[in-house]
Design a protein around this ligand. Structure first.
Ligand code: SF4
Length: 466
């Protein structure tokens, strides 16, 4: 690797899985003399870790690429594109943005140090060779690695040396569900679950590094079925795994995401009842409340099935709060289908939710379905749905007025002397306090409630401890 390449800037788009992957890219490069920097201007290597779920993220990639391009004239800069857009588009990225040096997918980023070395070797070769034709030159200018390699990426990723109060831990990757709007099965491949022993080892390491909260990640996380630590011929499900992670000293909070309502093993319900560290909040996407749209989406469940899962979870953990994703304006969505979605939202009463207008993702079955919904209808339906969710979110937050919440303090707020953290129910909570309490669990008495956040004071008892 080139001696003077010492600074890397990784920009992350999309989901927590990408955040985890970006952190691992930095961890991979550290032994090769790299440090992470906050801006492309300071960097020798800039990597865009992309998301393919929404159209806008892709557009944003190309505009961000255009923005760093001039830096190449100022210095010896390497530009890389990683993640799901890289996996899906491969060489096309180099065609559209020929100044990009490397393109690599989510399954090959563990080869990043080798890719950089290879790229520099090629660039040297390019400088020295005088008799190459155009296509040979083009080949030496960039590297594209979008394989689905036989080696397990997870076996080759280093353990992080960064201390984080709240850490992500990838336990499962890929998806076999093939929802018709989703690119994940094509970009991340089929489902793979890491063995329990490996996950527990990483969780213990994260706890030793200071993590108090661990979020177990997977594209279809509750379909987890990893090798048992005691009987290698058997598999453990997510519930069993959570019981094990819940025993680790120092881990005070466990969360998992992203779930699918189809995979709810009994042990997972039991974990919600019996593992104190498992938080009473679950992001359980339903996407639509209409059975015909759910069928067109290939979600393999009905609205009733979903509501039954919610009801059962509430029996096991009565205070559990829910969030979901909603896609508005999926092809063929009628006014009635939209009303069915609103009815489902009213039945569940969410504490928060993410909602998006449907966008055609190239290569997915829904992209070529007839009856695409006009943009103006999507806009109206989205506004109606979001107004309902906001109403529910505010109502949920208002129930905490004058109550005390346990908040894991993880950053400073926007105002001087302000800190912020997350409640057990994933609400953002703001309060004034000394910076030293970042990384600790604090009791906060809630004084003001808003749609997207809560504001409070450090409780009297907590002040005595401080
Ligand atoms: S379950 Fe999730 S990741 Fe899998 S195809 Fe459906 S939306 Fe995509």
């Amino acid at each position: 690797m080139k001696e003077n390449l010492k600074k890397v800037h990784v920009k992350t788009y999309g989901c927590q899985m990408n955040v985890y992957d970006s952190e691992k890219m930095v961890d991979l490069l550290k032994p090769h003399g790299f440090e992470s920097v906050d801006t492309p201007n300071e960097a020798d290597v800039v990597i865009f870790n992309t998301c393919h779920i929404r159209e806008k993220a892709e557009q944003k990639l190309y505009s961000d690429l255009g923005r760093v391009r001039p830096l190449k004239q100022e210095k010896d800069l390497l530009i890389g594109v990683a993640g799901c857009v890289a996996q899906a588009e491969g060489d096309e990225i180099i065609r559209q943005a020929p100044y990009v040096d490397m393109v690599f997918g989510p399954q090959t980023y563990h080869r990043l140090p080798e890719l950089i070395t290879k790229l520099y070797r090629q660039k040297e070769e390019l400088k020295e060779s005088t008799n190459l034709n155009k296509s040979q030159k083009r080949k030496l200018r960039s590297v594209v690695d979008t394989d689905f390699p036989v080696e397990s990426k997870f076996d080759l990723l280093p353990q992080t040396q960064e201390s984080r109060t709240s850490a992500f831990l990838s336990i499962q990757e890929g998806c076999d569900n093939f929802c018709t709007f989703c690119v994940v099965p094509y970009t991340r491949g089929s489902e793979y679950s890491r063995p329990v022993t490996e996950i527990v080892k990483e969780a213990k390491h994260l706890a030793e590094m200071g993590a108090k909260e661990i979020t177990l990640l997977g594209q279809n996380v509750n379909a987890y079925h990893g090798e048992s630590p005691t009987e290698p011929s058997k598999e453990w499900n997510l519930g069993q795994l959570i019981f094990e992670v819940g025993k680790i000293n120092g881990i005070e909070r466990i969360r998992y995401t992203t779930s699918h309502p189809l995979d709810m093993p009994t042990e997972l319900y039991e974990a919600h009842r019996d593992v104190p560290a498992l938080m009473p909040f679950l992001h359980l996407p339903v996407q639509s409340g209409s059975n015909s749209i759910l069928k067109m989406m290939n979600r393999q469940h009905t609205a009733k099935d979903y509501l039954e899962v919610i009801e059962k979870l509430r029996k096991y953990r009565p205070d559990i709060a829910f969030s979901s994703d909603f896609i508005v304006g999926f092809p063929g969505e009628s006014d009635q289908d939209h009303q069915d979605t609103l009815s489902l939202i009213k039945a569940v009463e969410y504490s928060q939710a993410y909602s998006f207008k449907y966008s055609q993702r190239p290569g997915t079955p829904a992209a070529i379905m007839e009856q695409q919904i006009p943009e103006e209808i999507k806009v109206v339906r989205l506004a109606e749905l979001q107004a309902l969710i906001s109403e529910q979110q505010l109502k949920f937050n208002q129930t905490f007025k004058d109550k005390t919440l346990k908040v894991l303090v993880d950053k400073t707020g926007k105002k001087d002397g302000q800190l912020s953290g997350r409640s057990e129910y994933m609400q953002s909570v703001y309060f004034d306090g000394p910076e030293e309490i970042q990384g600790t669990m604090c009791d906060i008495k809630i004084e003001h409630t808003f749609t997207n956040s809560l504001k409070g004071l450090i409780s009297q008892t907590q002040q005595t401890i401080l």
